[in-house]
Design a protein around this ligand. Structure first.
Ligand SMILES: C[S@@+](CC[C@H](N)C(=O)[O-])C[C@H]1O[C@@H](n2cnc3c(N)ncnc32)[C@H](O)[C@@H]1O
Length: 211
């Protein structure tokens, strides 16, 4: 497990910087005809860099027959990549109609409509038992809130999370992904260029709380 100072730094530098950029970005956006979310998103939109997406799916050992759900799918990059690279079915869920619209456009652009569905939904209302792989880029507290739903998944299902752990569940692995300044779409560069991927296999081993 990485030291808590690392997590704190990642949350503060990564997400809070991203929050500022997201707010600035939204302020500059032209008025959109897209509806407002039915409920405020629990976390702002920050895309996972493609190199990290690739590592998440590799570590999840995605293979033929898997069904991948991305909870809070943003522009759909994770589910599109899963379908394109591994030919698997995937569903992306997002609460924000703007993200749902973008993700559906990206699914179409990638020509994977026969494999990928994008749904507007609050992830905390979902039955996750149909997935064999779940991808997350939310927040540590949101991962913990999802645990009762995630625990109902079939044994052997994999969960991978970008940058955030799930307190109380011991990961089977924690892997750094090093990004370089030249990496494409590296918009939200971590302070030191290091992102982290966490992996759990259902049923996960409980991890005693540490202070
Ligand atoms: C940090 S972004 C991650 C996007 C994408 N998974 C990726 O890694 O590129 C989190 C996404 O979760 C969505 N979101 C926040 N709260 C949600 C909720 N309760 N239900 C569904 N989506 C939610 C946001 O709209 C945003 O698109």
């Amino acid at each position: 497990m990485l030291p808590s100072s690392f997590l704190r730094r990642t949350v503060t530098t990564g997400f809070l910087v991203a929050l500022g950029l997201a707010i600035a970005g939204h302020a500059a956006e032209p008025a959109s005809e897209t509806r407002k979310p039915a409920k405020s998103p629990d976390v702002v939109y920050v895309p996972t860099p493609q190199k990290v997406v690739d590592k998440m799916l590799e570590l999840a050992e995605v293979k033929a027959g898997d069904i991948v759900y991305d909870l809070g799918c943003g522009d759909g990059r994770i589910v599109v990549t899963a379908a394109k690279k591994f030919g698997v079915k995937a569903i992306g869920y997002d609460i924000d109609p703007q993200r749902v619209k973008e993700a559906r456009e990206n699914v179409k652009k990638a020509g994977v409509e026969h494999l990928v569905r994008i749904e507007e939904a609050d992830v905390f209302t979902l039955d996750l038992t149909g997935a064999s792989v779940i991808t997350l880029y939310l927040l540590p507290s949101l991962n913990v809130r999802l645990m009762p739903q995630l625990a109902k998944m079939k044994p052997g299902s994999r969960i991978v999370s970008h940058n955030f752990d799930m307190r109380g569940a011991k990961p089977v692995l924690t892997t750094p992904v090093h990004l370089e300044p030249g990496d494409s779409d590296n918009t939200f560069f971590e302070e030191d260029g290091v992102h982290t991927v966490y992996k759990w296999i259902v049923p996960w081993e409980a991890e005693p709380a540490t202070k």
